[in-house]
Design a protein around this ligand. Structure first.
Ligand SMILES: [Zn+2]
Length: 320
């Protein structure tokens, strides 16, 4: 999810889950804008490699690997779009959709899971993601979160790298712990040289560092390392949002975040607060390209601070 999609999602029930602990741990969320009109959303299909397609609609990009063993897909976007997405996949392949991987828990990537689960699709995810779908946090207004119905819960969980063999190809599932969220996964298709990245890779604006579901700045930089390990100069990288990227663009993003997070960390160690960090403009030279950094910088600062505080709290508890 990025800043543009965050605003479009805010009135959906999952967003209450997402924003809930923010009220407890940081500032209150902005008032929710009107939801998008899903009836007007069209699904656009782009062929990225001989046997790999990217679908764009509303929310995170969807990856599609067709073949005789059935369709493997990455992420599901929002529930009201499931029929359109399934119809777009039918245009690519007559085979049934067999497996889907969720790259992270946000509703623009998991919202259609129940619909696809009912179609017989086996959903796969990291256990942290399944736990958050099954037991969402209370909303910012104190109302309980809405759990994902059983049909939409992942049936297979894994917390280490895993390889699937399907349609004569390999599919590599690569965990990126505590980056955008605590349940991020990247999906690499070496035979097509396509890499589907989780939510910390955004190519149309600053990403959300979702520290209230376990994401933080250090985890983001580690996540970039894992992606850069498998990508080469010809890899098509599908970000969570925005057009496909190259390895060089991915590396440039990691360098940018390393610079920005370093500045924020320096300010944090001087015991400065969020207002002072924003006033120091740690993203200044990147803002023309990536947009208003207020939310990004705020979450980067809070996630770093929160991560260090939580680790220290744990250490103190261990002493006690
Ligand atoms: Zn997201």
């Amino acid at each position: 999810m990025n800043r543009r999609h965050l605003s479009s999602l805010a009135s959906l029930s999952f967003a209450l889950t997402l924003l809930a602990p923010l009220a407890l741990r940081a500032q209150a969320p902005a008032p929710a804008p009107a939801p998008p009109d899903f009836s007007k959303v069209e699904i656009k299909t782009t062929k990225l490699a001989d046997n790999f397609y990217m679908l764009e609609g509303q929310g995170g990009q969807i990856g599609v690997l067709p073949g005789p063993d059935g369709v493997f897909m990455v992420d599901s976007q929002f529930a009201p779009l499931s029929e359109k997405i399934a119809a777009a996949i039918k245009q690519i392949s007559n085979q049934p959709i067999k497996f889907m991987v969720n790259t992270h828990v946000h509703g623009d990537h998991t919202g259609g899971d129940e619909n696809f689960g009912k179609m017989g699709v086996t959903i796969m995810a990291r256990p942290q993601l399944r736990e958050r779908l099954e037991h969402p946090s209370p909303g910012a207004n104190g109302q309980p979160g809405v759990p994902m119905p059983a049909a939409g819960l992942p049936k297979v969980t894994y917390d280490a790298p895993m390889t699937l063999y399907m349609n004569g190809e390999e599919i590599h599932l690569i965990p990126a712990p505590k980056a955008h969220t605590d349940g991020d996964i990247a999906v690499f298709f070496p035979d097509d040289n396509v890499l589907a990245a989780p939510g910390f890779v955004s190519n149309d604006g600053w990403p959300v560092i979702d520290w209230w579901t376990g994401g933080w700045t250090g985890g983001m930089l580690d996540g970039f390392d894992r992606l850069l390990e498998v990508a080469d100069a010809n890899t098509r990288i599908v970000p969570a949002n925005g057009p496909p990227m190259t390895r060089a663009e991915l590396k440039a993003q990691q360098a940018m975040y390393t610079t920005v997070f370093g500045r924020i960390h320096d300010l944090l160690t001087k015991a400065l607060g969020t207002d002072e960090v924003l006033a120091a403009k740690p993203t200044a030279e990147y803002d023309a390209k990536f947009g208003d950094p207020k939310q990004f910088v705020t979450l980067a600062f809070q996630s770093t601070w929160g991560h260090l505080r939580d680790a220290y709290d744990t250490r103190l508890r261990n002493i006690a």
